[in-house]
Design a protein around this ligand. Sequence first.
Ligand code: NOJ
Ligand code: CA
Length: 704
Amino acid sequence: MTKTGLGILLALPMLATSAYAYRTASPNGAVVASFNLENGVPTYSVDYKGSKVILPSRMGFQLAATDDLTDGFSVIGVDSCSFSETWHPVWGENSDICNNYNEFVAKLRQDKTGRRMDVRFRVYDDGVGFRYEFPQEEPFNFFILKDERTEFAMPGDLTAWWIPGDYDTQEYEYNESRLSQIREIYPKAVAVNLNQKHPFSPTGVQTSLQMKTDDGIYINLHEAALVNYSCMHLNLDDNNFVFTSWLTPDADGNKGYLQTPCKSPWRTVMVSDDARDMLASNLILNLNEPCKYADTSWIQPVKYVGVWWEMIGHGKPWAYTFDVPSVDLDRTDYTKVKPNGLHPANNANVMRYIDFAAEHGFDQVLVEGWNIGWEDCTGVKKDYMFDFVTPYPDFDIAMLSDYARSKGVRLMMHHETSSSVRNYERHMQAAYDLMDKYGYNAVKSGYVANIIPAGEHHFGQWMNNHYLYAVTEAAKHKIMVNAHEAVRPTGLCRTYPNMIGNESARGTEFEAFGGNTPTHTCVLPFTRLQGGPMDYTPGIFENDLSKNNPNNHSHVNTTICRQLALYVTMYSPLQMAADVPEVYDRYMDAFQFIKDVAVDWDKSIYLEAEPARYITAARKAKGKDEWYVGGITGYEGRKTDVKLDFLDPGRTYEATIYADAPDAHYLTNPQAYRITRRKVNSKTSLKMSIAPGGGFAISIKPVK
Ligand code: NOJ
Ligand code: CA
């Protein structure tokens, strides 16, 4: 590790208090960040290999009831350094991550008010992160943000893969359009999501936002280390292609309450002329703090099955009875109510999943609908229905956890909070204690419906503090957390690696709610996955939902091989095999790939990538000589050669190739596949043919 106080390349000190310019290049010189102060107004810009990526863009804040922090500044000092280290994540795509940047800090003071605001830039070979820092110095102690005014002035009418702005959900399909077309597409884009409640602007989008210039430069805007701050959206001025940050408000319309010393999250600009670099980038993880836990031995990647698709896909109820809302019972004695007879979280069925998990080598069994409260979980009683500790009468938690243990698997806890957040916090310790008692070490939590207290939003500062509180409290119990509907990840899993997953995007559940497009998972790695892994819950082999639920006419818009490929292309240390055991029983040969595929990796290589078109990734299993390759395409079928030059030279391996059949098609023939085996080595190139909406998966093991 080196950390030096050396000034960096290209410093242009034009020292004058209210006019100043400073440039810093990345270690290999490809990326240059510039900071300027002109007439007291701070701006920054970013260049990549001589091309403009971010044109001069303003920085600062509007404050409530006091002068804004946007102008009237002087530079009172500059610090710079270089930094290089290799660190090792607890789990990840690679066991070694290189964190190498040049940094400078412009220390600013606002002349009129005497308030301090520093701007810190870290310049990497694959992009730039910058953040605001507020030292604790009189007269600046506590302040309220009306909004952040960071601009991102784009170098033209770029192509973007975007979802509309929303304070409460990211569960959207991505749109592909020019920036100038966002306004026109926006009404359709928001209409597809019934949860959309807060269209703050007809050109507002969420991050991570992936863009591409006509010259083939890929630019991604996001944030890193979102802590004690509200989540950033980007509001586009579509005449000039300038985005301005737009934070999520609280119930009073304020956007943040800050007390010095404090700092904003990093604002990130990733850039490359090769789309694969967007996927391989560690910029967001690198901008986060190192792991805060001394002992991480209890944090382990998890492959799981669950009592889940029966409800989501087959329409069965989470609730034990249909009666409770009609009787006025608090913490109802459920032994007196009439069971609906459809509830899948019952002893016999859970034992069936435990048996299946044990037989096929899965670590855990998620059980949703195990606890009382589902009958009115989004209705009038939602603020107190769940206590997270009382099982339904047909879920014998002691017996089932013993049974699971005897079979070498664990149950996975489920806490649907219904976004009644105070209620969850009131019960959290008891809920985690219950998990300790019965040997659970992972919880899937959820934040469906509007937040209570009313007026707060899923992505506001108050909720962001809650999500992290749930994670850090869980760590005290050695519990891993996978929160659904929570704020989009920003790399915090580096600091808190028990944050083992998140949903925070449109997941596989939407295959049962009308379907996802075949392009969706070709975009997610460029966008949602930049901040951390997603619990996408792949593995649905039965495409026709009406087979189990005649009222559901959704169709899973992928081939079976595409479902397999997702275990490689959608990196996550938490992977579910989401379909029901009886479907896997019909396709045991294809299911073998899900059984084999690793969930933790020494090395990951993106072989091919283009947003919304295709991704091919190869990963080496942690501590093993096995490789897994996954390739996916969008609506168009494609042919590709997969060169296995990442294998050890001179060694022979056996590849098992799971490929779409020649006549496979995500709509008309999704379950058609061919499995072949052959010897391969580092000189082999495999010719793969991918069906529309299809994919391929390859496992490669050394020949003994
Ligand atoms: C939405 C989650 O995304 C889904 O996985 C879960 O089953 C339901 N909420 C119920 O908690
Ligand atoms: Ca969800």
